[in-house]
Design a protein around this ligand. Structure first.
Ligand code: SAH
Ligand code: SF4
Ligand code: F3S
Length: 472
């Protein structure tokens, strides 16, 4: 979420703080140690937990100290040029560690590994391993090869791999909330987007393995799961024997039934795929959170067509109306791209008016960054000057800050059910938690409540990103 600072710089810092560079920190005794940093979307963070599990099975222990690790891994993102620049900067840092500790291996995982493949080894001399998102089972093997002095590369994409049988090692976790990956890849081909190239074809994970993972998490004390995919609403899994098809609405219901005290969230929804069935299921189960991340990208129909989003302005607006009709207290958030190829000022204005219409509780906002190999890079000229892109983005951010502020102000006086996630960052006298609408709520401790408990909090004050309140 974004802070009150309306400047681009302030918001960018927030994104960096929130999305980048989480480090696993559980120390353990073991012959060899690995250190892993993750960048990019939640899927990447979830993948790092799968990688950690695979390496643990192979006898590697995690460490948070890269100086004492035998294997440094970086799970990378290619979504915008800036994301890739960050990765290259980190590689310079790892280089120094390698100088002090010869023999330490450096591995690049994830989307940038997939995009650049072998080229990575030519561009970055210090890299020993390049492993794409579908090749993590091969990691112990590749590490073995690299230890022998061979460069280890596996960037094969798969049509089947979902890592369904791997139990993620939740090292960076608060013990209360967890991600469950339910599908991989994306078949959508939005013209600006590199994901279909780095993550391959869309495939859905065995529904029963998803339910089993949710049940296991509940039994271990977790109280919230987020079902993850690039496009969760197109989840579709067929039982190999009964041939019964499980849709996303079915899966949501199956996970909601694990336990009424296990909250269920999901991300991301593509506007074209979210069905009334999903909305009715959300309405019918109290533990499915009333929050939908529904990225619009642009509010203008011509730009949406160029983006290959397959919906137009009217269609998106109807979807938003439908959500508020079926789930009146639902919060909707979004992603916006400023300055896509050929976007005019009037078309940019339509993004702003869409934001007012949809009343987003929050948004991730970017300016367009051309990605090599995408449809847009091949077909359209990246013709909006950088200053114009940045100015339009500023306008989007400024407006979203106002809308988020109003959204939160409207919560003052309301009482919400909040799942306590732990102590607030600022003070050990306060708890933090989220309401169903995914807003962070801060309130003074009272009684003997603890992380993982549900409490009711009445909101007394609000900024654009946080609600403050008291226990009732
Ligand atoms: N699957 C999700 C989005 C994944 S990428 C969806 O379809 O909504 C996350 C966000 O990054 C996108 O929603 C988009 O707003 C942004 N993004 C993707 N490619 C981009 C690019 N080339 N330049 C700027 N922003 C981009
Ligand atoms: Fe990218 Fe579009 Fe797929 Fe999202 S739906 S990952 S934006 S191609
Ligand atoms: Fe980035 Fe890959 Fe996710 S490009 S946003 S890490 S799917």
């Amino acid at each position: 979420m974004y802070n009150d600072n309306p400047t681009l710089e302030g918001v960018t810092k927030e994104i960096i703080k929130e999305r980048q560079g989480e480090v696993f920190f559980k120390e353990a005794e073991g012959a060899k140690r690995f250190y892993i940093e993750s960048y990019g979307c939640q899927m990447n963070f979830s993948d790092s937990e799968i990688v950690a599990s695979i390496l643990s099975e192979a006898g590697y222990a995690p460490t948070r100290n890269m100086e004492e690790s035998d294997l440094i891994l970086i799970n990378t993102c290619s979504i915008r040029e800036k994301a890739e620049d960050t990765v290259r900067r980190r590689l310079r840092v790892f280089d120094k560690v390698k100088d002090n500790r010869p023999g330490t291996l450096v591995g690049v995982l994830g989307c940038m590994a997939e995009r650049l493949k072998k080229k990575f080894l030519e561009q970055e001399k210090l890299v020993d391993l390049v492993v794409g998102p579908d090749a993590y089972r091969d990691l112990p093997n590749l590490v073995g090869e690299a230890e022998e002095g061979e460069k280890g590369v596996n960037v094969l994409l798969s049509r089947e791999e979902t890592y369904a049988d791997i139990s993620p090692l939740r090292l960076g976790s608060n013990g209360i909330t967890a991600f469950i990956s339910i599908m991989r890849g994306c078949d959508n081909m939005c013209s600006f987007c590199v994901v279909p190239f780095t993550r391959g074809r869309e495939r859905s994970r065995n529904a029963f393995s998803v339910v089993a993972e949710a049940t296991d998490l509940y039994n271990k004390g977790y109280r919230e799961v987020t079902l993850l995919g690039q496009n969760v609403d197109s989840y579709k899994w067929q039982h190999p024997e009964t041939e019964e098809t499980v849709t996303f609405a079915n899966l949501l219901e199956m996970v909601a039934k694990v336990h009424p005290d296990l909250r269920v969230r999901f991300s991301t929804s593509h506007p074209k795929d979210i069905t009334d069935d999903v909305l009715y299921t959300m309405r019918d189960y109290e533990n499915i959170c009333n929050y939908i991340h529904l990225p619009v990208q642009s509010g203008n129909s011509r730009v949406l067509k160029l983006m290959n989003r397959t919906y137009d302005r009217e269609w998106y607006m109807n979807k938003v109306r439908r959500i508020y009709e079926i789930i009146p207290d639902c919060a909707i958030s979004s992603d916006m791209i400023a300055g896509f190829c050929t976007e005019t000022e009037e078309e940019h204005q339509e993004t702003l008016s869409m934001m007012e219409f949809a009343k987003y509780s929050m948004a991730y906002m970017f300016f367009y960054s051309e990605r090599p190999g995408t449809l847009a890079a091949r077909k359209y000229e990246d013709d909006i000057p950088l200053e114009v892109k940045k100015r339009r983005l500023q306008e989007i951010i400024r407006l979203q800050n106002q809308i988020s502020y109003q959204h939160s102000q409207a919560d003052i006086g309301k009482t919400f059910k909040v799942l306590i996630e732990g102590d607030s960052k600022r003070s050990a006298d306060d708890f933090k938690g989220r309401n169903s609408q995914n807003k962070m709520v801060i309130f003074p401790k009272k009684g003997d409540f603890k992380a993982g408990d549900y409490v009711h909090v009445r909101v007394t004050d609000a900024t654009s990103a946080t609600l403050k309140g008291e226990l009732v």
